[in-house]
Each structure stands twice: as C-alpha cells, then as structure tokens.
Design a protein around this ligand. Sequence first.
Ligand code: GCB
Length: 635
Amino acid sequence: MKRIDRAFLAPLLAGVFAFATQAYGADSVFTTLPLATVETAPLLVSADMRDGMDLSGEWNWSIDPYRSGIAGFHGEAPNRTEQRWLDIDVRKALAQDNRELFEFDLDHDRKVRLPGSWLAASPEMRHYQGLVWYRRHFDSPAGRKGRYFLRFGASNYATVVFVNGQPVGRHEGGFTPFAFDVTRLLRDGDNQITIGVDSAATAATVPPPVTDWENYGGVTRDVKLVHASDTYVDSAWVRLTAEGKIAVDAHLDGPAAANQPVQLKVAGLPFDLKGRTDAKGNWRATATAPRALIRWTPESPKLYDVTVAAGEDTWRDRIGFRTIERRGADILLNGKPVFLRGISMHEEEISANPARVITPENARALLGEIRNGLHGNFVRLSHYPHSEVMTRMADEMGLLVWSEVPVYWMVAWSNPSTLATARNMLAENILRDRNRASVVIWSVANETPVSDARNTFLRTLIGDVRRLDPSRLVSAALLVERDKAAAVPTMTMADPLADDLDIVSINTYNGWYTPDRLADLPKSVWNLPADKPLIFSEFGADAKAGFHSPDGMQKFSEEYQAEFYRKTLEMADRVPTLRGISPWILKDFRSPRRQNPDFQMGFNRKGLISETGHRKQAFSVLAEYFARKAGEPKK
Ligand code: GCB
C-alpha cells in the first residue's frame, strides 16, 4: 500500500475529533495529546502476530465520575496532586509530606482483569458511563533495542495514555486498534502505564448515545507492548487480485525504510517475490499466482503462512487467497455464484454476564453455532468492527464476513468532526482487516434516514472504501418506504444511496414492529433494483427462551418467533435478486433500552440462542432452510 495520502483525511490532522472538545473543552489532555489516526500513528498491521509483552491481566482501576483528574473544581487545569497519570507513589509522597492531599491512589486501588469492560467488573459498575483510570506496572524488557509500541486492540470510547508520567497520546473510537511508539519513554526496571478511558457518548460521537446495544466502556481488547526493529514493516496487504495475481502493498517505517530490499514469501508454494522500496518506504508488486495455489472457500478455508522480509524485520500473517465480485445481481466467490447463508451478531460472548471478552474460545463458540449449528457460510458482524480474534477465527473456520462501522441511525451528519471520526474509524478497520479472506463486504452504515447531509456523509465513506480497498464489495443496511394504502405489504427501495453500493441491503421487521399478520408476509411486494444483489441484512422477532404460547401467536414466545422466520423466509425466497440473508440475531444481547420485566430484563431477545446458549425453536427453522439452500444448485 502507498501510505495513505496525507491529504486523504485532512480534517483528522487538525486533531478535531467528535468527542474531545464537546466533553472536555479545548485544553484538557483529551483534546491536546497527540491524536492517533491512520495518518499520524503507527499502523502495526497484524500486530497480534508480532513479538511483544502481553499486558493483559490485572490492572488497578478507579472511577472518576466528575473527571477530576482532568480539571480542577472550577474547570481550571488540574494541579500536581490531581493529575492521576503522574509518576507519583501516593503512599511514599504522604510518608514524605503528610500535608499533601491526594483524592485517589491508583497503585493501591481495586484490581480488574483487562481486557474486559468495567460494566461486568462489579455490580455498582453495571450502568457506569464516564471516565475510568487504569494503571499497571511492568518490568522493562531486558537488553532493550529497536522499537517498542504500545498497541491497543480497542478501548471504548475515548482514551488517553501515559507512560511513566509522560503524555503518550489519545485515541477516539471504541472498536478499532491504535498504537504509539513509546521507545523513548521506557526506562530500565519498573515502568508504569496509566490509561484514562471515557465511555460517554455525545451527539457528535460515532455511534451517538442512542443505540440498541450495550455501551461496554473500558479496555475491551488486548494491550500489548510490541517489539520491532528500528526499521520495520508497518503495514502489508497481500491478496489475490481479480486477474488471478498475488499482489502486495507494503510500507516500511524507520531510518532504513527507503530503497530497502524486500521479499514476499508464501510458505508451501513456489512463490518468492523480491523488490525494493521506493524513497518513501513503499513497495507494491504483483506476480502470477502459482498453479498450486488452493483458494480459500468457506468449505475449505485454506490459509497460508505469509512473510514480508525487510532488513532485520519479518512481517508475518496467515492469509487465504480468494476473489469476490459482483456481476449483475450475483455475488461471485472465486468466480462462482454464492448465496450468503448468514446471521447477524454483536460482539458479546455467550454468558449470563457478558463483558465483551472475545477470546479464541468465545469466538469459536459463537461462530461454531453459525457454521455447524445453522449450516451457515456468512456472518454480519454488526454494528461496529469486532475483535481481530473474531475475523481471524472466521478465516480459520470458513465464514464470509460483513464488517461494519457504527454509523448508526442518527449521527451528526453535518458535523465535520463526526465525519472525521467516522472516516478514521473506517480506515482503521479496513487497514486492520484487509488481509482477512473472510471479509467480503465493508458496510458504511445501518438504518440511516435519507437526507442530503446524510447522503454526502455516506458517499464520502463509500469513496474512502473504494480507495483503501477496491477488492471488496460495499454495502449499507438501508430502510425502505412502505406504501400505506396497499392491501398487502408493499415496499420500495427509494434510497438514492442504493446506486452507490454494490449490494442493496435491507432490514425488515414486518410482523414484529408492524401489525402485519404473519400469514400475509409471503404475499409482500418488493420494488427493488433488478441488477443488484439483495441481502436481507436483518429480520427478526423477540422470543424468551422457554416461553411458549399455546396458540403460537403471542409475541415473545418461541412459537411466534419460529413462525415469523418461516413466513419471512417464504417471503424472501420470492425476491428474485436475493443473494443472502443475515437475520437479527444469533444470540440475545444486552440492550439497556429493553426493559420488559417478563421477557427482556435488559436483553434484546431476538437471538436464536439465549445469552447462555440455549437454542430456541426458530434456530432449527433457519438451520433447515440453510441446509436446503446449501444443497440447491446455484442460480
Ligand atoms: C434494527 C437495528 C438493530 C436493532 C434491531 C431491533 O433495525 O438495526 O440494531 O437491534 O433492529 O431489535 O430492533
């Protein structure tokens, strides 16, 4: 890849991000620390495959509901004993001068395991949204040489980072990775890291405060001290092109980045591509793929060990090679039509008290329900980028992936800072996952009402996707207009954005949020573009596992949900351009807006399995439908 043009995300460079100034004012650390974006910070693509020190484990933590660590009583700059990130041992300081006033002591506060959201850490944290400080110590690696990066898989939502009392940087956005070069801040022996994480959403953030899922605040993915040589491969993208070639784009960072010999190898194949970086440290090359290459498919998800060697550094990844295209109303995987047998999913493990901890075991359990239980080949990872553990597991298990950014319902379409935030988030997601064969669709939004400002905003994002990754398909979950006078449900795609997308995706809840009789659903009329694939990206009905209705017609019963699926699938089968579905949703998930005490208790119950994994009746309805679809000759 050519490192993204500096001009690409121009507003980002101004450091004007959606959250910071609104929540903290112009001169707090949340506003003034260097902002990590795809243009300003290391990308460290495939950092999870690099050497380093895992900083998961026990951290001390302390809430800061009035954000006192950031400002004094009257909003003035915090003084020395208020700045919670300073390298001060509070007990020692008091031993030296017992007149000092500290109203926190992070080193001696409670401990919690990171990664994981604070919401599940203790009962009184269940609904906490705001600022929390985390602190841990670690011993510096012996014989330090080369470069050290502090890399976060994700931290929700705004984050400030300090090492040994020194400011490092900040980041905004709860679902994508970021990293800082901390080489010069490390010292021999004991080192201290302090992180402030603020989960509050504002009208300007992405997503905004009103959603239908739990806002899991905190450091929700791995923190790692990554080690690399002085000059290292900061990003690499290796893929199969539509023409059947293997292409590589790599970028080196460091003093010897320019004019450096580089070499791409794919283990197990007679493939060895050599070249040299240009003056900016970029290398782009293509070569014909060997005949022996086995293509990645959901049925046979072959991954290769791939390396890019450059000087002292070797970048590693495990990569599948496949193509994805649209032709007319068809989606072609490796040149053959494919029907996407999927379901949607939130990033939430199967558990009575989920904390958004996605370990490989948790990811395998969720995706296993789709692949083996439902006979699926596709998952919609809604409504934001999921953990890299999940997309790697999808590569390994053979599931096609829809990947999305949380441009959800009503973001501040006319706010340039909101757009900058969304663009950076989208870029961070794409740059992280461009090497994943499983990812076939980038989605830029979910259920966003049409307006000029919204169209302009989303077209900017679509343009970014096409520039950063023209090899995949672009979509967004759209709304349709319903003809109120028609006798049978009649829906028309009137959203002008459909013209900009490769796949038209629609969420439909007729029979759940509308008074339609389920029996009428198959008669529905859909007025849709004839030359584009359609995905029903959502449909679903709530059911409380174990709640039954004698006549099958009571909402929240397993019977109603199962019948809703039968009739909606019958309806879907009559739409000629249908090329996939991802109903709502695999598992019951936490959503604070859902408070019916008989059925919901803080959970959206549209899952086909309960939060603890109990399968509801509708599960087998979909499983049988997918088993049939899998056996059908392709259109
Ligand atoms: C939708 C949203 C999804 C909600 C779902 C529901 O249309 O896209 O985020 O959770 O409906 O259950 O209402």
